[in-house]
Ligand binder design. Sequence first.
Ligand SMILES: [Zn+2]
Ligand SMILES: [Zn+2]
Length: 172
Amino acid sequence: MSGEESLKLDNFLTLRDPSTRRRMHSVSVGMTQNQMYQTLIKPFLTDAKTFVLDTLFPVQCLRCGIEGRFVCPRCLSELGRLEFQHCIVCQKQSIGGFTHPGCLTPHCADGLISILNYHDESVADILIKGKYNFLPGVYEELGRFLAREITAGYSHFAKASWDKPSSVSCRP
Ligand SMILES: [Zn+2]
Ligand SMILES: [Zn+2]
């Protein structure tokens, strides 16, 4: 076997090794096939699916019908809100949504914050339409809205809730 033929055979054997091929491939494109699927192909397919669905069934505000969101910013700002927070146990008014000290039991929630008023016709209508039309996007939008409201208006509650686990010691 000549030197040149031997070199060709070596290259061939090296390339037949799957791990070498994978390594070469990943080096050449800078990412594995799974990474490529996750970062390039999957978002593209998701965008394409969203585009097709949005074209065939455009998202509309469930209250006023304007296109773009399930609850448009104007309608979101006009939804009925709760004026007062209530104790989760006795249902009487509670400052900041905290459960009254006298109502607390060992397994009871520390508090509850309700932003929107379910007795407001628009609020009830949006929640019911989202539920019976199988529209998870409605709750994603409302969830983001509620998270903003709670962060802005009830930071004391959020802080108390986050601080609490750190004050509970599991040490013997
Ligand atoms: Zn609207
Ligand atoms: Zn109470």
